[in-house]
Design a protein around this ligand. Structure first.
Ligand code: G3P
Ligand code: CA
Length: 257
């Protein structure tokens, strides 16, 4: 790097543990969130959905099939029913008996200790989910300005807008899959009207996209890193944050943690 220029690898890059440290423990369980905390991630990413009886829980897929010993749609289970499932054994017998945690349990355990990147997952299936998340945060006074380690994001951008109206002081992010690979400056401007972060699939991130996102006034956290070389590419592109299953790929360089 030229004199006075910070080498890309020494920039402070925000370290987000994707579904917890999900390379090391079963995703979206307390074991994965605890592992991320122990590994000093800056944020834990949490996929939030809703049970049949209106309770917020952490799970990624809209069915329980892949990550538990049960079968069926998340929204067809009551909280009591879904918490009877084993959410750990599929990953490793060591985690047998891990339960699907409630969103409130995660917030209560980690607020003030680690940042919360809250994803509203498939919110179109759960009318009112934005209000429920807002209630949980508001009841705990986390809706005020400068509560700066909570971010809410979704692939459903209408849901992001609805949430931003309920929680104007909390930063929000738009998630962008490969269908946004050709995102225009005009579209970035539209996102920036309500979002503070543009969080894209890492496969379409380059230096130019990072600059364009920054020019629009947003920050950029890219997902999902599962290999060191992919973290290195994102450091070079200049992203602000990296969402990774393996926190060690993001902080294991000079100047971080
Ligand atoms: O936080 C970004 C990332 O989690 C989005 O993709 O499918 O892993 O929820 P997905
Ligand atoms: Ca997610």
């Amino acid at each position: 790097a030229a004199i006075g220029e910070t080498p890309a690898k020494q920039q402070q890059v925000v370290n987000v543990a994707h579904r917890g440290a999900s390379g090391h423990a079963p995703e979206n369980t307390m074991a994965a969130f605890e592992k991320a905390f122990e590994m000093k991630s800056d944020y834990i990413e949490i996929d939030v959905q809703m049970t049949k009886d209106g309770e917020l829980i952490a799970i990624h897929d809209t069915t329980v099939d892949r990550t538990t010993n049960g079968m069926g749609f998340v929204g067809d289970f009551t909280l009591e029913e879904i918490q009877q499932l084993d959410a750990g054994s599929w990953f490793d017998e060591e985690f047998a008996g891990e339960q699907i945690p409630t969103f409130e349990e995660i917030v209560d355990k980690y607020r003030g200790k680690v940042g919360l990147l809250i994803e509203l997952k498939s919110p179109e299936l759960y009318p009112g989910v934005e209000e429920k998340v807002a209630d949980v945060l508001t009841e705990r006074n986390m809706h005020r300005p400068n509560n700066n380690k909570v971010i809410i994001q979704s692939f459903n951008h209408e849901s992001v807008q609805r949430s931003k109206e309920l929680l104007p002081n909390i930063p929000h992010g738009v998630l962008a899959g490969m269908n946004w690979a050709e995102v225009t400056d005009e579209q970035l401007q539209e996102f920036a009207a309500y979002a503070d972060y543009f969080n894209p699939n890492r496969n379409f991130v380059d230096e130019e996209l990072v600059e364009r996102v920054h020019r629009s006034g947003m920050e950029i956290y890219a997902y999902t890193v599962r290999e060191q070389k992919h973290a290195d590419e994102l450091f070079e592109a200049g992203v602000d944050g990296i969402i990774t299953d393996f926190p060690e790929y993001v902080y294991d360089f000079p100047g971080q943690n």
